[in-house]
Design a protein around this ligand. Structure first.
Ligand code: TYC
Length: 117
């Protein structure tokens, strides 16, 4: 029977400063920045009925009647007001929907979207 050559003891791992079964999580800087947001603004005019504006704000910006009325009155008194803040495409769609509904009803209501900040 051949003489067994004793196996060398395993080379110890290089010291890591932590226990062998520990997991080190490296902090990574965030790579994706949040999208630019756009606010959808309604402008005041002298002809569009208040009730129609309240309806539009409820319908397209998902506000309850109370909140929609407050936004409408702010626009009426201050000249313009923000109805909601969305990503670019959603904001653009809201503007299109409001303008289409306003023209269909024969009102001159103006609506636009602009970058936040
Ligand atoms: N100023 C309008 C009126 O007195 C009401 C109004 C409010 C119109 C808001 C537009 O975005 C608007 N009938």
């Amino acid at each position: 029977m051949a003489t067994q050559i004793p196996k060398k003891p395993p080379v110890p791992a290089a010291p890591t400063g932590v226990g062998d079964d520990s997991v080190v999580l490296e902090r990574r800087t965030q790579r994706t920045k949040p999208p630019q947001m756009f606010q959808v603004v309604l402008l005041n005019d002298d002809f569009t009925p208040m009730e129609f504006v309240v309806h539009v704000i409820q319908e397209f910006f998902s506000k309850d009647r109370e909140t929609a009325t407050q936004i409408m009155l702010k626009i009426h008194l201050e000249g313009k007001g923000i109805c909601g803040i969305y990503t670019r495409d959603v904001a653009s769609t809201k503007v299109d929907q409001v303008l289409a509904a306003s023209r269909a009803a024969g009102h001159p209501l103006q609506c636009l979207s602009e970058p936040v900040e």
